[in-house]
Design a protein around this ligand. Sequence first.
Ligand code: XMP
Length: 319
Amino acid sequence: LWTPDNIIEDTVASVREQVGGDEVLLGLSGGVDSSVVAALLHRAIGDQLTCVFVDNGLLRHQEGDQVMATFAEHMGVKVIRVDAEDLFLGKLAGVSDPERKRKIIGNTFIEVFEAESEKLANVKWLAQGTIYPDVIESAGSKTGKAKVIKSHHNVGGLPEHMKLGLVEPLRELFKDEVRKIGVELGLPYDMVYRHPFPGPGLGVRILGEVEKAYADTLRLADHIFIEELRRHDLYDKVSQAFCVFLPVKSVGVTGDGRRYDYVVAMRAVETIDFMTARWAHLPYEFLDHVSRRIVNEVPRISRVVYDVTGKPPGTIEWE
Ligand code: XMP
């Protein structure tokens, strides 16, 4: 019988059998899959698990602190937080091509993660949040075209020379099963049912060159949009929602006169499989409210637009 309880029990048993008394390393991203793996492995092997959480400076508003609060403070999981914002932003300086940005972010992640893992001398296993659809997708990508469109860096794993055995406890599960297990393991509902967030993070939501000031601005705008979606009970009605930073300036007026500042686009879609999507027909009143809040509260934003492009012809992300 499939119940979250049974799955947890089976998986805990098989992980214990697989790794014995060895130390296990996990790259924790804050996304659903790696979060559930962290909770599951913590239950199975407690302190034999060490998580490495890389803050690349391209995460959402307060995301790093939330990850630490949930896992380290609340659950007692061993988490090493690596503050690598300067490194990532340094490597991204002057780069505007989306695929190059993705490659740089992916490679830098591996570099940072490897450097951290070398400090943990006794690690024998690498845990990954691979789920069943990832297994299918990466198998298909050798012949199919899906992967060519955008190089997703969160599947595929680490360089050969790391020589760690793989622990992939979610390999046979679908996303909804992973979520149910997550809730059962005591992870916060909001974390487990969060919209997907791309591996390269805000790196592909700041069009063109990435700058820290742009990322800070985008984080604030995005946070307002998401907060209002939750407040208006719309968050769970859309599949994915976020803001995009457009590094173009537009003229606006305020009480004190003219301003010349940047543009933010709001994007919200409804989709089952993320291969095709419909732009979410959010109420005008709601869009009006969010737009006013963003322009009033976020410095350097003078204009807000709403993306009314489906997929196809658009992609969900702007890069
Ligand atoms: P697109 O923009 O291709 O997005 O319509 C489809 C889904 O994939 C996510 N996405 C990514 N996820 N690394 C990821 O981990 C990436 O480089 C990447 N690009 C897009 C996107 O957020 C959406 O859910």
